[in-house]
Design a protein around this ligand. Structure first.
Ligand code: GLA
Length: 422
């Protein structure tokens, strides 16, 4: 073989080793905890806190500034300007600080004239704004469709999708590896308007229903229609929001969990359903609820975007959000989203196949008192008579080999997560 041909052959042989699978993005976003109360000083402290707590070592990469970072109006050339009071040194200075702490900066804009909190959006200025983000060194952009604020609840599906396509193309031109986080919630497919998630909003919207819709009143969506509503998203983004806003309440977290059913067909390397940012460590969630919420998002192969105050993280929260084995399940390179295999009311079991042939199993107790769960291999799709080694992820314990079933006690609003292997 000639020398050149040989080196090309060697290159192709080693390339797969370096080709990285795109696993769910990990980071932090300012919205859940701080809403509009953000500033350069805060984001710097957050970056310092994230470094202090070794979050980069756990896999977290992006620190994302959500809505309200902008000045109230665009600049003379149509450019986005940071609020001069909140971000006096501009975004590149912040990128530098965040990078010096081991992270990358993310930012927020909208495919509308105004953002959800009424700041200027990027509609019609996609190329300019994408170039600004790329020049600033931003590595993640959340692009949030805000129909109510802009009275665009009735915009045609194609037009909404075109707005995302156009911005994605502009973003990718500046940086092909940028994380484009779509936050559209299924408006293009009508989901956000008629899904049970949005009952309240649905009634608010009743006044604004079109003639056609008045004739055919809102109804619930089937799983097939849900999937169809998000079917375009992976073409233009790495992740896409599949629900309305999360809150630090158990019922809301469970409701969002339910909405993910069926969407697993859309999930794969570099393409992730996004059930919204984590509330772990926020509000009055108990230790069990925090653990369950984190475990379920890991099982769903969801982006792990923290939403609490990283300056001061209580030990029990830090232990959860940096849990190596749980994060490994989320970041598994097969990128399979967990599916529910058993639902007996309060008790639900989810499974997620992993790249080395192991199976992650999450036993969830949604009820108000502890349950004794009988986890049967047959419910998990395993053949009768199969022996599996069982590791309890949160207990950090190997239980040895089990045949056909394992009994687990699961506390109220809590989970037990197993890794089953040969
Ligand atoms: C929407 C999004 C939230 C947040 C706010 C900001 O509600 O769903 O995640 O970005 O807008 O205004």
């Amino acid at each position: 073989m000639k020398k050149k041909a040989l080196s090309i052959a060697v290159l192709f042989a080693v390339l797969p080793v370096f080709a990285q699978t795109k696993t769910p993005p990990m980071g932090w976003n300012s919205w859940n905890r701080f809403h509009g109360n953000i500033s350069e000083a805060l984001i710097k402290e957050i970056a310092d806190g994230a470094k202090k707590h070794k979050l980069a070592e756990a896999g977290y990469k992006y620190l994302v500034i959500d809505d309200c970072w902008q000045a109230k109006e665009l600049g003379g050339k149509g450019e986005l300007l940071p609020d001069p009071k909140k971000f006096p040194n501009g975004i590149p200075a912040l990128v530098k600080h965040v990078r010096s702490r081991g992270f990358e900066l993310g930012i927020y804009s909208s495919p509308n004239k105004r953002t959800c909190a009424d700041y200027p959006g990027s509609l019609g200025r996609e190329v300019l704004h994408a170039r600004q983000f790329s020049d600033w060194g931003v590595k993640y952009v959340k692009y949030d469709y805000c129909p109510t604020r802009n009275k665009e609840q009735h915009l045609e599906r194609e037009k909404i999708i075109e707005r995302y396509r156009c911005f994605n193309e502009a973003l990718k031109r500046g940086n092909p590896d940028i994380v484009h986080a779509i936050c559209e919630k299924g408006w293009a497919g009508g989901v956000s308007r008629y899904h049970p998630d949005n009952k309240k909003r649905m009634w608010d919207l009743k006044k604004s229903l079109s003639k056609e819709e008045k004739k055919n009143p809102p109804r619930l969506f089937s799983k097939k229609e849900m999937v169809e509503a998000f079917s375009w998203s992976a073409d233009y983004g790495v992740m896409w929001r599949t629900s309305g806003d999360i809150s630090a309440k158990w019922d809301r977290i469970m409701h969002i969990l339910d909405m993910q059913e069926g969407l697993e067909v859309l999930c794969g390397p570099g393409a992730f359903n996004d059930p919204d940012m984590l509330e772990v460590g926020n509000g009055k969630l108990t230790a069990s609820e925090n653990r369950a919420h984190f475990s379920l998002w890991c099982m769903l192969t969801a982006p792990l975007i923290l939403g609490s105050d990283l300056r001061d993280i209580p030990d029990e929260v830090l232990e959860i959000i940096t849990h190596k084995e749980m994060i490994a399940i989320n970041q598994d390179r097969l990128c399979k989203q967990a599916v529910k295999v058993l639902d007996t009311g309060d008790l639900e079991i989810f499974t997620k196949p992993l790249s080395n042939g192991d199976l992650a199993v999450c036993v969830l107790n949604r009820g108000e008192s502890a349950v004794e769960a009988d986890v049967k291999w047959s419910d998990l799709g395993l053949e009768k008579g199969t022996e599996k080694r069982v590791r309890d992820i949160w207990a950090g314990k190997d239980f040895g080999k089990y045949k056909d079933r394992i009994k687990s006690s699961v506390a109220s609003h809590d989970v037990v997560v197993y890794r089953l292997s040969l």
